[in-house]
Design a protein around this ligand. Structure first.
Ligand code: UDP
Length: 234
């Protein structure tokens, strides 16, 4: 499969057309951004690692019955995926307080929650990805109710699958972001699942093994991403 025209360049990935109208190739970059693009940097080798990690999770989820865009990994940084119409939503699941939830609600990071939280943001950099609810989604025509019922059910199921899998490797899944798309009339999981899009804490020590090390200048960013690869793939 060959890369043709570049269709899109995002913060962490480029997307290319292929000879097949239903398939695109994503290429993972080492670029890292945080705080809506205000902080920029590179995490050496991140593209290779996130390609590996994300594909590993997507294969696991496919095996558990979640439809995803994954087709096949083509190289260290490149993967063939189904070409979807992406819903302009960040679908976020939270198992413990952290990040923007802690800030907004004044709840210390790491506080356990009485239930799992599902929340949505509207994907729009200029607006700073504002928090929205299902009424906003319906009112703006971003997705219909049938689609959102599926998105919510998949998100909770993905949380169950990934949380228990990661815990078996000594990693606690604190929160994460998903994106879904439409493919041939169905809702499928798209984008990536990686330490860029999840909060992953060592289950014993609480050590952060994710992009918060970059966001908060904690050091040992590359090592943390490598540690996740090691736990998943060895
Ligand atoms: N997240 C993401 N992309 C975004 C915003 C959030 O992948 O544009 C992930 C983030 O890594 C975390 C989860 O979604 O695992 C919840 O993020 P939060 O709302 O706490 O925002 P943040 O503190 O990252 O700004």
């Amino acid at each position: 499969m060959k890369k043709l025209k570049q269709l899109y360049e995002g913060k962490a990935k480029k997307v290319f057309a292929t000879g097949d109208a239903n398939t695109v190739i994503v290429e993972y970059k080492d670029d890292a951004t945080a705080f809506n693009g205000l902080k920029k940097g590179t995490i050496s080798g991140k593209g290779v690692v996130n390609n590996k990690i994300s594909n590993h999770f997507f294969k696991l989820l496919e095996n558990e019955g979640i439809p995803t865009h994954y087709i096949e990994q083509l190289s260290d940084r490149e993967t063939a995926v189904k070409r979807v119409d992406i819903l302009p939503l960040e679908v976020i699941i939270r198992n413990r307080a952290a990040g923007s939830f802690s800030k907004r609600m004044g709840v210390p990071e790491g506080t356990p929650l009485h239930c799992v939280i599902l929340e949505y943001s509207y994907k729009d950099d200029e607006l700073g990805d504002p928090f929205i609810n299902t009424y906003y989604i319906r009112a703006l025509g971003l997705a219909n109710d049938e689609e959102m019922t599926k998105v919510a059910a998949y998100a909770f199921r993905i949380n169950e699958i990934l949380s228990s899998y990661l815990l078996s490797l000594g990693v606690e899944l604190i929160d994460f972001k998903l994106e879904f798309g439409r493919f041939q009339g169905e809702i499928i999981l798209a984008d990536e699942i990686s330490p860029d899009t999840c909060r992953l804490w060592d289950a014993k020590t609480g050590k952060k093994l994710d992009k918060d090390r970059f966001r908060q200048d904690l050091g040992g960013v590359e090592e943390a991403y490598q540690e996740i690869v090691k736990r998943l793939l060895s």
